[in-house]
Design a protein around this ligand. Sequence first.
Ligand code: DGY
Length: 467
Amino acid sequence: MTDTHHLIEKAKQVLITNDRGGYTVPTDKLYPFQWNWDSAITALGWMQIDEPRAWQEIEMLIKGQWPNGMIPHIVFHEEVDTYFPGPSVWGVDLPVKTTSISQPPVLASIVNMMYEASTDKAIATDRALKLLPALMKYHLWWYRDRDPENTGLVVSYHPWESGMDNSPAWDKSLAAVPPATWQYQRKDTDHIDAEERPKAFEYDRFVYLVDFFRQADFDADTLYRTCPYRMYDIGIISILHKATADLIALAEAVLMPAPSNSPNLSRLPADEHINTSAPTSEHPSVLSLALTSELMASLNELKQRYALTQQNIGKLWHVPSNTFQSQDAITQAFSHELTTGTLLPLLAGFGDKTQKQHMQHLLQTWLQLKPYGLSSTHPKSNEFEAKRYWRGPIWVHVNWLIAMGAELQGFEDEAKAIKNSAKALIEQNGYFEYFDCESGVGCGGDTFSWTAAVSLHWLLTQKAEKK
Ligand code: DGY
């Protein structure tokens, strides 16, 4: 058995072990539910094992979608008591229990990749068409609820929403949030060494915000005006921008099949999506005229929002550091921290030629500082810690997104360097949640779904990355 074959089998086994019957937990006990961006990324791994199962992963996630379009950061499909804060703390009164915030919206990009990589286009078209209304509603929720003033920049209300929980990029803004007003019991440190997890100071504020959302009755307008933590998160904004472009491409591919002389027509018979009968839940891909025109209106709105972000992203260019930076939406202060979030604009294609050159230079110099690729926080930061969660360790899924961005911008050498170091990391240390960026030793949860999935999709198969 070759080493690669062995690694592939191990990665597949991680997903199978973490399968809970249609959805995948990130890892046992520490994260025992369905997480939003974890699951989306994990679906790419399932594509290498069982394509219908990959689509099911996304469909299960969508079951948690709120009536307003929000797709939550956790869907609590069943009761498990190894995680805090559970559904009673979040206080969401919906049939499917969820949290009240979202997560980096990589979902539509992943669905587009799944569609493009699928071996059976008829099945993929059907599954993608069924998902399309939910995906569009989700993106419009980001733009309408989180950017009601049409600034082009969506705002985030919780470090958990960023997916980069205790990143130093949030330190100053989080310090302005009051601590939780009640005694709670963390559970993460029952499973993982406290040295690898966020500190109590941060958790007190994470929990305060959860209480705040509940007390505000999750009201969009109240939160937009009064949430004590409001961040223009450059990571979320970049991922959303790229995912909107991918969603537009997906929608155009499945709603507007190419003219009859094009092979694309085989994706969907032209008359299959324009049907005057009402859509049924069994066959939502047979779209009614009304639904089709609603989707076309959504598509137009998404294009306008996309253009608006493109037009206004320059507001987040931080001249002294020559980088795009997150900005506190309350104080207007830039975060002043170099984290991997500041390289995600490459994925979105933000910036002019000179700004992109600055990002390339940053990428090159950052890569030279540690042996296994990009540390989540720049090693020269005063806040850098090699193995504490988002304050320094390497996260393979984020480095994959940045490598994709580098490739999109033509920075092939940097993309290759990120990929080679990630491969060395998983070959030597397995499928951990994240890795000490100095020793390479695995940290956090072991047998972790997104690390296994990204390895299957990116590191262990020869397929060219779809851009
Ligand atoms: C946690 O509980 O650590 C998660 O990151 C929240 O999503």
